[in-house]
Design a protein. Structure first.
Length: 257
């Protein structure tokens, strides 16, 4: 890789400061945060303002906010986003780390559809395929997605008298029990299912968000019971959350500072 250009790096550092706090900054704020000379900051701010990357805040002399140019660049980037393609890349990275099967899935009515999948290299592994549809309440990705729905929408999809089909003897079939499980998932931020969709497999899943913060998918790691343990679960929860966060970032989501 070639040499980094200091002036460009500093300009980008300034722009990234606007992602924090209330999104407004003054030149003295930037000097203090980045420990740069005042003259350098003044020149960079003047240049960024001239190119519409930042603009003055109305009614607050000396303060700036992001201008239209970053939005235009972000919109152009978003035009080329493909959830399945981005999900496949992240799933591959996660699978390389843990050597277990990784899925990315979306919710359709009360089912999940797998849109990306990377297999484990182990001889014993979960057998599935991208495009497969399963009842959401029997899977970790599905429960994560159901838990992310507004209460009214969840009630419309799964009313109290809904019939919940069982895929194994461990599947949740009682709507009240499912709602209790979903409440726990909301509180923890991750979903776990043990042998609910496959009697020999357990899974952990985390939510994937788009640039608006909405949950649009979930990423899961599936592990045969012969490699499943409490210690392994704790490790995989962290890895699933990291993978989901990485995919969310690719989709334009910005975590709260």
């Amino acid at each position: 890789m070639g040499r980094l250009v200091p002036a460009v790096t500093r300009a980008l550092d300034i722009l990234e400061l606007f992602l924090e706090g209330d999104g407004t900054l003054s030149a003295p704020d930037i000097v203090r945060r980045l420990q740069l000379p005042r003259t350098t900051v003044h020149e960079l701010v003047t240049t960024l303002a001239a190119r519409k990357y930042i603009v003055p805040v109305t009614g607050q002399p000396g303060r700036y906010r992001l201008g239209v140019r970053p939005y235009q660049l972000g919109a152009r980037y978003a035009e080329h986003l493909d959830l399945a393609a981005e999900g496949q890349q992240v799933a591959r990275s996660v699978a390389e780390t843990c050597d277990e099967t990784v899925h990315v899935a979306i919710l359709e009515d009360t089912d999940v559809i797998y849109i990306a999948k990377v297999d484990s290299t182990h001889a014993v592994r979960m057998v599935s395929a991208a495009g497969r549809r399963l009842p959401a309440h029997c899977t970790s990705v599905g429960k994560m997605l159901l838990a992310s729905l507004p209460e009214r929408e969840l009630a419309a999809r799964l009313p109290d008298d809904a019939g919940l089909a069982a895929m194994t003897s461990h599947s949740i079939t009682d709507p009240t029990a499912l709602r209790e499980a979903l409440a726990q998932i909301r509180a923890r931020g991750v979903a776990v299912e043990s042998r609910e969709s496959n009697p020999d497999v357990s899974c952990v899943a985390a939510p994937v968000r788009d640039r608006t913060g909405q949950v649009v998918a979930a990423l899961s790691i599936s592990v045969p019971m012969i490699r499943w343990s409490d210690d392994r679960l704790a490790e995989l929860e962290q890895l699933a959350v990291k993978g989901a966060d990485d995919l969310s970032e690719r989709l334009g989501h910005r975590r709260a500072s």
